[in-house]
Design a protein around this ligand. Structure first.
Ligand code: FAD
Ligand code: NAP
Length: 532
């Protein structure tokens, strides 16, 4: 621990060096602030530093899943594929760090353990595992999907083989050749990695609790003509995306699925299936609003699964029953076809859960499986896990963990009452994971930087969301969610994947109205925030 007299005084501390932390640093430096970024990983990149599992790539097209704050950057960077791989996205972020000279203010391999607000000085003391600093502003760029979730199966510590979590994949890679591998989970990470693990492993058992809908990626090298066309008007391309509900260029059909006849519907779904990707969900505007509308799309995908998977019993197990889009839609390359391979077995653990990990494998109540390696594709303590891992103490020493015990409460997902000068990037209550996250991150970073510049210009030392504004916003986030089908299944959007986590819908649906609201709040002198 540093002595009090050694404590470095900064204008701002940023926690995390992913897409959010890197751009936050760039903007704050541009305001002339002294900033330090603390990153637990030994490198920058966040999600794209940690998730090195086979097949990891983005599922929003790279021309959109990238920064737009610098026209030069977006013009000069060449993406090679429609959906870039993890190594390519990491190379991009390394390039950004170098191009904007960010590294000198980033401290790697350093975890923030606690932050404490001092009311007299209106400053945060930020304690890391390598000492403390003091800062006027503390900005959590800790990521929505960075705190991994590994179920506590009895016997796990006795497993004699190797275990991996997709979100903490070894940098040197893993060779599964000749091995009997178990993958637990069938979310996006599993769906991307299973086809590649299946090609390598001697035997692959996929332990599925809930089947997921997946749309083919139809990934391919980018067509230079298309790239040229986008780059000729990149600003316009981005602006058009920002008008759409998810902040991504998924064409939104304003017709109801129920107004279209069965043949027209089938042909629309077929066209979107051929196009590939998450845009399948905007084939009709009401797919996530109306159960009957949703069922038409869900049944289309189930039929596709039955068409791909040769064994009808396996196809039936793979066919999801819940609302499509309720859990995040997946995007794959050859996922369902992997179950036609003779070395791949689907194990349904919905009714017969995994009971115990054994030294040589695992067992359900019904069966025992001999394994050399287990891959946990079991996801994350999403939206709140990374922030709450830090002991954050606001006014009166109140802890954020206590405040959020019944679920996160924020104003706009940007701040939380009782915690002055603390900002969240893509916090709960903002579009975050229900949007193309890079534009959402940039929008938050720009809003926070503008707010800090305004505070300085006005001579204010502190800002905090008011409890009243927060209450109204939390109610609104819930009202919007309750108009949709999102609350109808056990998704990580609701925290339902982590035992004991309060069931609260965390993201906000609707990128364009959200941005408008944030802009209005700012233009009205940060309405709903108290400044002093
Ligand atoms: P992160 O990239 O998660 O970075 C947060 C960083 O904070 C991490 O490096 C972490 O180590 C650090 N950190 C956390 N707590 C501490 C602490 N206490 N002290 C120090 N450091 C700390 N979104 C999309 O929109 N499109 C996609 O295609 C897409 N693909 C994804 C694929 C995968 C495999 C995953 C897991 C997520 C994907 N996402 C996608 C979501 C993705 O997380 C965001 O798009 C984006 O990368 C988040 O950036 P971030 O900087 O906010 O957070
Ligand atoms: P996830 O979607 O939460 O999937 C976790 C899987 O593990 C689920 O199938 C879950 O089953 C299963 N699981 C959890 N606990 C289990 C238990 N005790 N027993 C059996 N199964 C269990 O996690 P993820 O796949 O890592 O993806 C998280 C998010 O990251 C995605 O939704 C997406 O936003 C992002 N991501 C994106 C991409 C991409 O394509 N670009 C790739 C990876 C991740 P249940 O469904 O029954 O809970």
């Amino acid at each position: 621990m540093a002595r009090e007299s050694d404590v470095v005084e900064l204008d701002a501390v940023v926690v995390g060096a992913g897409f959010a932390g890197l751009y936050m640093l760039h903007r704050l430096r541009g305001l002339g602030l002294s900033v330090r970024v603390f990153e637990a990983g030994s490198g920058i990149g966040g999600t794209w530093y940690w998730n090195r599992y086979p097949g990891a790539r983005c599922d929003i097209e790279s021309l959109e899943y990238s920064y737009q704050f610098s026209e030069e950057l977006q013009q000069e960077w060449q993406w090679s594929e429609r959906y870039a791989t993890q190594p390519e996205i990491l190379r991009y972020l390394e390039h950004v760090a170098d191009r904007f000279d960010l590294r000198r203010d980033i401290v790697l391999s350093t975890r923030v353990l606690a932050t404490r607000f001092d009311e007299a000085s209106a400053r945060w003391t930020v304690e890391t595992d390598r000492g403390s600093v003091s800062a006027r502003f503390c900005i959590l760029a800790t990521g929505c999907l960075s705190s991994t979730n590994t179920p506590r199966f009895p016997g796990l510590e006795r497993f004699a083989g190797a275990t991996y979590h997709t979100g903490r994949w070894p940098h040197e890679g893993v060779d599964f050749s000749g091995q009997r591998v178990g993958v637990i989970g069938t979310g996006s990470s599993a769906i991307q990695s299973i086809p590649l693990i299946a090609e390598q492993a001697r035997r692959l058992y996929v332990f599925q609790r809930t089947p997921n809908y997946s749309i083919p990626a139809h990934n391919a090298p980018l067509d230079p003509g298309y790239v040229k066309q986008v780059k000729e008007d990149y600003v316009g391309f981005r602006q058009r995306a920002a008008q759409l509900p998810f902040g991504a260029n998924f064409p939104l059909n304003l017709q109801s699925a129920l107004q279209a006849g069965p043949e027209e519907r089938a042909s629309e779904y077929e066209a979107r299936w051929r196009q590939g990707g998450l845009g399948f969900l905007t084939t009709y505007f009401d797919l996530i609003l109306d159960r009957a509308a949703n069922e038409t799309a869900a049944e289309f995908v189930r039929r596709k699964i039955r068409g791909i998977v040769r064994d009808p019993a396996v196809a039936e197990k793979l066919a999801p029953k819940q609302v499509i889009g309720c859990k995040r839609l997946c995007v794959d390359t050859d996922y369902y076809a992997s179950f036609n391979r003779p070395n791949v077995t689907l194990v349904d653990v919905s009714d017969v859960p995994i009971e115990e990990i054994l030294p040589g494998g695992l067992r359900t109540a019904r069966e025992r499986f001999d394994l050399d390696a287990i891959v946990f594709a079991t996801g994350f303590d999403a939206m709140t896990g990374a922030a709450l891992a830090i002991d954050i103490r606001g006014e009166g020493g109140r802890s954020l963990r206590e405040k959020w015990a019944e679920g996160p409460r924020t104003y706009l997902g940007l701040g939380t009452a009782g915690f002055p000068n603390l900002f969240l990037i893509t916090g709960p209550g903002s579009p975050s994971v229900l949007s193309n996250m890079v534009p959402s991150i940039e929008q938050h970073v720009d809003w926070i930087a503008d707010c800090i510049a305004w505070l300085r210009a006005q001579g204010h030392a502190r800002i905090a969301a008011t409890p009243a504004a927060e209450d109204t916003w939390v109610a609104h986030v819930n009202d919007v969610a309750n108009l949709t089908l999102y609350p109808t299944c056990n998704s990580w959007y609701l925290g339902a994947n982590v035992p004991g986590k309060p069931r609260v819908f965390m993201p906000y649906l609707g990128f364009p109205p959200y941005v408008q609201k944030c802009n209005e709040v700012a233009s009205r002198g940060y309405e709903g925030f108290a400044v002093a």
